[in-house]
Design a protein around this ligand. Structure first.
Ligand code: HEC
Ligand code: HEC
Length: 227
């Protein structure tokens, strides 16, 4: 006859293994976040070093502009996108722009055209382009589902402010979201949540996994109308 002790032991062993896996998972998460933070801080330093003087910055913006002839066909003359599903770049955080450009280039983010394009620019070019776009004025795209606005505002305040800022303008290298296009925001949130492989980020996947399609519609509506 079986005694009860082995069963208890089994349960204990199982619990210990589960706890170990949870800790391991958290460590992976923590190191990913640390890496992310380090990258952004380094980029921030590099950008501020390269654009130390006003004159130098102006020159960089001018050169950035010269490199965006192709970009305009999708991201618009004034950084407001004219192609469906392309994001607005006007007023976007320059650290974020360079970071995403790098991700397209090394395969951490995937989009057929953007990935190929990113490989043709040096880091200096990317910084110049980022400064050029970040100087532009963002005009909210509007649209979305107006009746979901209050719901969207609530979700934003509860779940997004910590990283994307009170006013949605981005901070410390995080993306500016205020004014971004509704359909693009929804598409990105789904990619983070459903882990399509096009775009992965432990932080955003952790946030997006808790959002329903309706939540995404609501928060995207709020952001598209936020100045
Ligand atoms: C044919 C259209 C097209 C052209 C041309 C194009 N882009 Fe894009 N761009 C897109 C699309 C679509 C996305 C969103 C990709 C995705 O779904 O991940 C994007 C994303 C980006 C992003 C990420 C922005 C964010 O908010 O995450 C940056 C930065 C960017 N493009 C910069 C550029 C620059 C700079 C150029 C010119 C050198 C350029 N793009 C040319 C269509 C285009
Ligand atoms: C813990 C920090 C954190 C929180 C909280 C957070 N985000 Fe993010 N978000 C990020 C990071 C980091 C990125 C850049 C991801 C990458 O590099 O691909 C990002 C990117 C995004 C993007 C893509 C922007 C673009 O231009 O492509 C969207 C959209 C977004 N977040 C929406 C949200 C929404 C909506 C919420 C709240 C429901 C939220 N985020 C909460 C950290 C956060």
């Amino acid at each position: 006859m079986r005694s009860r002790i082995p069963l208890k032991n089994w349960l204990l062993t199982f619990a210990l293994i589960a706890a170990a896996f949870m800790l391991m998972g958290q460590n992976v998460l923590a190191s990913d976040m640390e890496e992310d933070l380090k990258l952004r801080t380094n980029l921030e330093k590099r950008i501020s070093e390269l654009s130390k003087s006003k004159k130098l910055r102006k020159q960089m913006v001018k050169e950035g502009r010269e490199r965006t002839i192709l970009c305009k066909t999708c991201h618009g003359e004034d950084g407001i996108a004219i192609q469906p599903l392309a994001p607005n770049l006007a007023g976007q955080n320059p650290v974020y722009i360079v970071d995403q450009f790098q991700r397209f280039g090394d395969g951490r983010r995937n989009d057929y055209l953007m990935s190929n394009l990113a490989k043709t620019f040096s880091i200096e070019d990317k910084i110049k382009i980022a400064l050029y776009y970040s100087d532009m004025e963002m005009k909210p795209s509007g649209g979305g589902n107006a009746e979901l606005l209050p719901e969207g505002a609530k979700i934003y305040q509860e779940s997004c402010v910590k990283c994307h800022g009170e006013n949605g303008r981005g901070q410390e290298g995080y993306a500016r979201l205020a004014g971004q296009r509704h359909d693009y925001v929804v598409k990105m949130l789904k990619e983070f949540r459903d882990r399509t492989g096009k775009r992965t980020n432990v932080w955003m996947s952790g946030v997006a996994i808790r959002l329903t399609d309706r939540d995404m519609d609501a928060v995207a509506t709020y952001l598209a109308n936020l100045n």
